[in-house]
Design a protein around this ligand. Structure first.
Ligand code: PEP
Ligand code: MN
Length: 335
């Protein structure tokens, strides 16, 4: 349920109202927007008498929310959420490109790629240290050493870093990581999501291989229900019957999510396609369809990458993609 307040509500009356809701066992979420202040009610609202609330002096209207996601719902928070990552804003018309290798492999590799993608305009560095591989015999990542190498790249280039978590027990290693990534395979690892709700750091939540957008939003809700409101959603392709691409990029996810939620939406054209030659066209398409950013895999030597080489761009191909993006971003459809 949302309570829409009249313009410039009296702070004392607002406090009395929220206290009253709390006394009914409800949690409240106040969103002070440019146009309107909204009190979102979370909990069992079945016994709340909407007419009584509507009759109050400071209240303009009261509406029930049908969707099961509340904190992530645009009806709770009409303005776009803008997430600030070390001075780089994502959301609300701010577009950022996250780039780097699938996995951190060596100091030379991560620092070389970081410098190259930064020179082309990427603002956030990616690199996996804990890798969710289909085969237990495949490279599993450098773990703590990988995070230390990312931190070294951050120190040298000044770029904030994003890396994937697979187990909440490793959370202390992520202390100086700027964005924690939850991979597609862990989108419904609810215990992990609850743990990430207890911290105050941005989380990039990837859509699962076969999950609906509502399920993605319910997973975001798990993190937000714990009080961590800094969630970035990521569309990275879903499983379909098509085999020429690793996954099928669901571009409609961008406007659909934009209508349902205030959270920033980032697109991963690398995992969506699995092929380097498809990354540029889909990156451009995602930007024009209104994404708030991209996360792209770049490797200095894709042929010898320990993970996801076929979908990794060379620094030169990444630079070319960035130039094309600059041309199309003014035409992005965000309304
Ligand atoms: C990754 O970002 O390298 C990754 C494993 O992505 P996803 O979870 O989308 O497969
Ligand atoms: Mn990868």
């Amino acid at each position: 349920m949302v309570v829409l307040l009249k313009n410039n509500p009296d702070p004392k009356q607002m406090e009395n109202l929220t206290n009253w809701f709390h006394s009914m066992g409800l949690n409240t979420h106040v969103s002070v927007g440019e146009q309107q202040t909204i009190i979102g009610l979370i909990g069992d609202t079945s016994r709340v008498d909407m007419d009584v609330i509507r009759a109050l002096d400071i209240v303009e209207d009261v509406k029930r929310i049908q969707e099961p996601f509340k904190n992530a719902n645009r009806k709770f928070h009409p303005d776009d959420t803008v997430i600030d990552v070390a001075g780089h804003k994502i959301g609300g018309g701010n577009f950022q490109v996250i780039a780097g290798p699938c996995s951190v492999e060596s100091e030379e590799q991560i620092i070389g790629v970081a410098k190259a993608v930064k020179a082309s305009g990427a603002t956030i560095l990616r690199g996996g240290a804990f890798k969710p591989r289909t085969s237990p015999y495949a490279f599993q990542g450098l773990h703590g050493k990988g995070i230390n190498l990312l931190l070294e790249a951050k120190r040298i280039t000044g770029m904030p870093i994003i890396t994937e978590i697979m187990d909440a027990a490793t959370l202390p290693l992520f202390e100086d990581v700027d964005i924690i990534q939850v991979g597609a395979r862990n989108m419904q690892n609810f215990e992990l999501l609850k743990q990430l709700g207890t911290i105050r750091k941005p989380v990039l939540l990837k859509r699962g291989l076969a999950n609906t957008l509502q399920e993605l939003l319910m997973s975001a809700e798990y993190i937000m229900a714990g009080g961590n409101e800094q969630v970035i959603l990521c569309e990275r392709g879903i499983r379909t019957f098509e085999t020429y691409t690793r996954n099928t990029l669901d571009l409609s996810a961008i406007p659909v999510l934009r209508s349902l939620t205030h959270l920033p939406i980032v697109v991963d054209p690398s995992h969506a396609t699995g092929a380097a030659y498809l990354v540029k066209p889909l990156a451009v398409a995602a930007a024009v369809a209104g994404a708030d950013g991209l996360i792209v895999e770049v490797h200095n030597d894709p042929a010898h990458a320990l993970c996801d080489g076929p979908q990794s761009l060379t620094p030169a191909a990444f630079d070319d993609m960035m130039k094309r993006l600059q041309k199309v971003l003014p035409y992005a459809v965000r309304d």
